[in-house]
Design a protein around this ligand. Structure first.
Ligand SMILES: [Zn+2]
Length: 407
């Protein structure tokens, strides 16, 4: 396949660059009047239309971009899209001013999601979750991470992990699996008893998962719990990606960095100590503006992180309670509108850096020869700046995953 007459080809990154940090966040390779060739699902070449030689054979299917923009498909490194039912009743309760306890009593919150998941068959859970995955791919997401964490007992956590594995094997998007047994204390357990149960679940979870996650925050799991769980994860070969500093300055960032976390996520409440802890680490700070927007809590300090020389990834946090959207274009727009990132910084945050945050930036997340052809082709007339600016105007013409147009 060859895409010709691309008005703007953005997100070009040299081979071997796996993430962007600090001043690099403001850089992306751009070509105008460009072509891009795909073979066996991978990008095999791109360049200016003037220089199109050797890739223009008759054996290639040719697509005329008519001046549209081509960019890497979105990468979403933090989601909870496997869940049962809906929490729209809770949405109404919140609007009507009910307290957290009142909402829980009426069937809201993580524990009630867990009860409902327990009663839902594996096939039904898969079917409900696939609706969301298809929606995300149709909106341009080519790689996503999915967490467990609504099971909260050994049997149901493994059920969730099996459903995520089945999704991974069923879709053209790349899927990474995270074991988040430590999302909340499961019903019927003491705090200590549940932390031990999560540690005990680790070997079986590791057969299905790529990563281990802990909700290290006030009222959930302490730094000491997190340390124990991540140590157990490491013994089973699971690298951490953790929830940190959403509700309080929790120490989550520091314990994550200590364990070589691939990412520390949320970060709405951070100080200079967190920035200092992240400097020089392999850990990608990941912010979730969709949940800040939905909950009305502070946005992450992305500009300060970048100013301190760090990278930033943005992800959707798609979940039924605090971020009921997997629209990464909206995440990018919030990055620009509310966090004051430039469109190029936001692009790097929702593509290459988010791919890095799930260990995939060697194979997707940028326009690079040899990477998967996970691409977004827009309608004519779109520029990178217009994507977050005209943030509700339909812009997608075709999403290509592994070089194939999504139908
Ligand atoms: Zn989350």
């Amino acid at each position: 396949m060859i895409i010709k007459n691309i008005g703007e080809l953005v997100g070009i990154v040299p081979a071997g660059v796996l993430r962007k940090q600090g001043a690099e966040m403001a850089e992306t390779g751009v070509l105008h009047d460009a072509w891009l060739a795909v073979e066996d699902g991978k990008i095999v070449g791109f360049g200016k239309m003037d220089d199109l030689v050797g890739h223009d054979g008759n054996d290639r299917e040719s697509i005329d971009a008519e001046g549209g923009l081509v960019m890497p498909a979105f990468c979403d490194s933090h989601t909870h899209i496997v869940y049962a039912g809906s929490r729209d009743g809770e949405f109404l309760d919140k609007i009507n001013g009910l307290s957290y306890e009142e909402i829980a009593a009426r069937g809201g919150g993580i524990l009630n999601s867990s009860d409902l998941l327990h009663e839902t068959s594996e096939d039904e859970l898969f079917a409900q979750s696939m609706v969301r995955v298809r929606e995300m791919m149709a909106k341009g997401t080519g790689a996503l991470e999915i967490k467990s964490g609504y099971g909260l007992n050994p049997e149901d956590e493994l059920k969730m992990l099996r459903v995520i594995r089945r999704i991974k094997e069923s879709v053209p998007a790349l899927v990474r699996i995270t074991f988040l047994g430590a999302h909340a204390i499961g019903r019927g357990y003491t705090h200590e008893g549940y932390v031990q149960a999560v540690v005990d679940m680790m070997p079986k979870a590791a057969e299905l998962a790529d990563f281990v996650d802990v909700f290290c925050d006030e009222g959930f799991f302490t730094v000491e719990d997190t340390d124990r769980i991540l140590t157990a994860g490491a013994a089973c070969g699971l690298r951490p990606k953790i929830h940190a500093n959403e509700l309080a300055v929790s120490g989550g960032v520091q314990v994550g960095v200590k364990h070589g976390a691939l990412s520390v996520d949320h970060l709405e409440r951070t100080g200079d100590a967190e920035i200092e802890a992240l400097r020089g680490s392999e850990t990608m700070p990941t912010m979730l503006p969709g949940s800040s927007f939905f909950l009305g809590i502070p946005f992450g300090r992305a500009k300060e992180f970048i100013g301190a020389g760090l990278g930033v990834a943005l992800a959707s946090d798609y979940n039924p309670g605090s971020s009921p959207s997997g629209d990464m274009r909206f995440v990018m727009a919030l990055g620009c509108i509310r966090m004051r990132l430039t469109p190029v910084q936001a692009l790097n945050a929702v593509t290459l850096n988010s791919a890095y945050a799930m260990g995939l930036s060697d194979i997707t997340g940028s326009i690079t020869v040899g990477k998967r052809a996970d691409l977004i082709l827009t309608h004519p007339g779109w520029t990178l700046t217009k994507i977050p600016y005209l943030h509700q105007t339909p812009f997608l013409r075709t999403v290509f995953l592994g070089g194939r147009a999504l139908k």
